[in-house]
Design a protein. Structure first.
Length: 312
């Protein structure tokens, strides 16, 4: 396919398998589609606000994240309407009453949350339109969404305007977390959550148990690093970048005594036999076995396998 011709418009070029885009030369909606498609999934701030007359508003915003822990800071950004540049009701409310409850959205709420994003006339209460239940907040005027399993009562420190965006910088004054997602130590049990996040177009992601996996944090130790892995292993056709990342995260390589002791393992004996009868190359067998172990997060054992080769 001739992608160069396809991407031939101003501000777009295609070279070395990469599409290169210049936001200064592109329509902002076109560039936006690439940004939201690539910076994804994004969590959703379901923002409950109130105007000075006490009218309540509820809208979702995926330009949202945690930006600080001391003090705890959440930021989200309502853009001005593309149609006429006018401010969204959420921004107008925040300017009148600088308080917000940011409710986190999970799968049970996703369709109603989407319904609430319809551009209803100013003053419409989306709690009613989308069928959510108002729960009185403790420290701020806007109500919480009872159905949300994590609710953050915030005061708005600043609304930073950059072009058509209004970045609301919010300090969390109080949080409420549903018992249904807590473990016995009152911590959030990530496996009990079912958060949803926005991607590009109409796509959402569901961060439930099936979608989640763990990566051991390398903060308590200093791994040997990718560059300390012997070249033959680094250039393996069997081991992937993820496998090499795991291998480089080990603090110390196994000792010679450990390597020799591991040779007695039935899996090792099996490999040695296959090589003796000329059935396969030692490296391929060792790398395949190491890959299997790394997929089970058994990093030290993977090294013990790889170092069986006297010339790794
Ligand atoms: C999941 C989701 C995420 C959204 N994220 C944003 C966003 O980050 N910024 C924005 O301006 N609009 C966003 N929207 C659109 C607003 O929710 C929509 O414009 C809404 O009508 C604004 O309501 P308001 O005028 O009552 O504040 C999002 C919509 C959905 C469904």
């Amino acid at each position: 396919m001739n992608r160069t011709a396809e991407a031939g418009g101003r501000g777009m070029s295609f070279s070395k398998n990469m599409l290169t885009l210049n936001p200064k030369e592109l329509d902002s909606r076109v560039f936006y589609s690439y940004m939201t498609g690539a910076v994804a999934p994004r969590p959703i701030a379901f923002a409950s606000t109130i105007d000075k007359e006490g009218k309540i508003n509820l809208s979702p915003f995926s330009f949202f994240n945690i930006m600080g822990i001391n003090p705890p800071i959440l930021v989200f950004a309502p853009n001005n309407r593309g149609r006429d540049g006018s401010k969204k009701d959420t921004t107008l409310n925040l300017e009148e009453v600088p308080e917000v409850v940011i409710n986190i959205v999970d799968y049970d709420m996703v369709q109603q949350m989407s319904l609430s994003s319809v551009e209803f006339p100013r003053g419409t209460n989306e709690f009613i339109k989308a069928g959510f239940t108002e729960e009185k907040s403790v420290l701020v005027k806007p109500p919480r969404v009872k159905e949300s399993k994590a609710q953050f009562e915030c005061k708005v420190l600043e609304i930073k305007q950059i072009g058509s965006m209004n970045l609301a910088i919010c300090e969390v004054l109080m949080a409420h977390i549903s018992e249904s997602i807590l473990d016995e130590n009152q911590k959030i049990d990530q496996t009990k959550t079912d958060w949803v996040a926005r991607m590009g177009g109409d796509w959402y992601a569901r961060a439930n148990r099936e979608a989640m996996f763990e990566v051991e944090k390398p903060i308590t130790k200093i791994g040997i690093g990718y560059d300390a892995i012997p070249e033959k292993i680094r250039l393996s056709k069997i081991l992937t970048g993820n496998h090499l990342g795991q291998l480089g995260n080990i603090e110390n390589l196994p000792t010679q005594a450990e390597i020799e002791a591991y040779r007695a393992m039935p899996t090792m004996q099996n490999i040695i036999e296959q090589v003796m009868y000329g059935c396969a190359f030692l490296d391929n067998l060792l790398h395949a076995e190491a890959a299997r172990l790394l997929n089970e997060n058994k990093v030290k054992e993977a090294w013990l396998v790889l170092l069986q080769n006297p010339h790794p």
